[in-house]
Design a protein around this ligand. Sequence first.
Ligand code: FES
Ligand code: MG
Length: 569
Amino acid sequence: MSLRSAAWFAGEDLPGFLHRASLRATGLSQAALSGRPIVGIANSWSELVSCNAHFRGLADAVRRGVLQAGGLPLEFPTISLGENLMKPTAMLYRNLMAIDVEESLRSYPFDAVVLLGGCDKTIPAQLMGAASANVPAVMVPGGPAAPAVFHGRRLGVGTDLWRYTDRLRAGQMSEAEFAELEQAAMPGVGHCTEMGTASTMAVLAETLGVALPGSAAIPAGDARRYAAAEDAGTRAVFLARSGPRPRQIVTRAALLNAATMLAAIGGSTNAIVHLLALARRSGAPFSLDDLDAAAARTPLLVNVRPAGEHLFEDFFRAGGVPALLRELEPLLHTDALTVTGHTLQEQLRAPASPDRRVIGTLDDPFGAPGGLAVLRGNLAPDGAVIKASAASGQLLRHRGPAIVFDSVSDLAARIDDPALPVTADSVLVLRNAGPVGGPGMPEWGQLPIPAKLLREGVTDMVRISDARMSGTAYGTAVLHVAPESAVGGPLAAVRDGDLIDLDVPGRRLHLDVDDSEIRHRLLESPPRTFTGASGWARLYTGHVLQADQGCDFAFHEPEIDADTTPLPT
Ligand code: FES
Ligand code: MG
């Protein structure tokens, strides 16, 4: 196919002259410019995002690959989203980054792009942007950080820190030990070290066929990470000439494969929201029901925290995504096209001898099917999700009285109050924590266990919210309740003492209150209004879709976006 960049550089008219001259101004020669495919390197490097802080080196590796294949690499920055430092949550800005990536690709003369993403919202944002712009794209995930070692144990950055925090609150760990933990906790750059959202999204990018085979799990500090980035640069030059484009790759078949993979790895619930958004951007039919169906037939095949015991780097050494795809082959649509230009089927031919301590088989898995489940009922008419594989088995069917927190500050103020009438059977409910209510649907869904119950030895309770939960977290947490309370969802009607039925095997979440009473209560508590919001928060809360539709903006119309012809200058 002819190069998209020709619309900028091929013309003998004044715009052509100006476009060529403006690149010459950066020191490029005529030879560097003439007719070569222009490969963008979308770099989410930032000193504020330790997960992505090594991306300058990665970009250099991509550049080598592009040059080797005869392309012209042009690196550009985008906003970067750091889960740890951004308040209230990096998720509030995922769509902003998606727009940044999309519009950069749309407006500049790129024939293809290599996306450098790591920290957990950056990969989905880049995939969404690339799907909308539909410029050929290869994803290079940044890789997991080297794990911390504390008292002789390798730590998962999130999973283990949550546990130690609970031990501190329960008085089982001293302040001095906790300070020592802080020194050790994050020994270097790269993303979270267990199967959190970043690892999950990297695996899904490879499963979708947008990242090169074998590239998802290479540790951030491993030389092979840089070699893979170089390969991606080379691959992008071929993509520039002959495709495929993102929407030829991110099809319903690829998304169903990703849903199967998500279940097999015991991946992050956040990926559910991201896959739904990506599907919408790609114009591919795909819903919560598809995710539930995939999870219902796919057992847990990966033994990595939080659903298992090892770390993401162990998954890499055990064979990584290529080895796991081979185990999952009977459940996959292997005719899905990938960025290699081949189908998934062709990638499954290479031999593998995975480490069975980390990668299981369909006949001998690490956990039963149903590790993720979509719940519905009068408390979640449009769905809610639970990561059953990270929950307590005895709580998957539970009936208990609600204790309701109206906001995260209400929760913080009262959860450890000795007078709170809470028992281990209570159901903790947090509302006003969804896409609009948060805003940005923060990771507040793993409500803390009240300190007095922790001291009694209670380690898990049923928790329900319209929030998300960190991919590194665990517990019996019902998440993503839709519609959320802030837009008038039934969560807004729950009162202290109401009985709530959770039935995960039956896929049911039920508030034991008459429908007419629920309607009456909702009329009494009208949806929140955000009259004070200005700027981004106003744009976001005014247009964000609910969790069951991926929390993208309603104004993204996949059908209209599909044309990638550049507009005249
Ligand atoms: Fe960046 Fe976990 S904080 S991936
Ligand atoms: Mg996270």
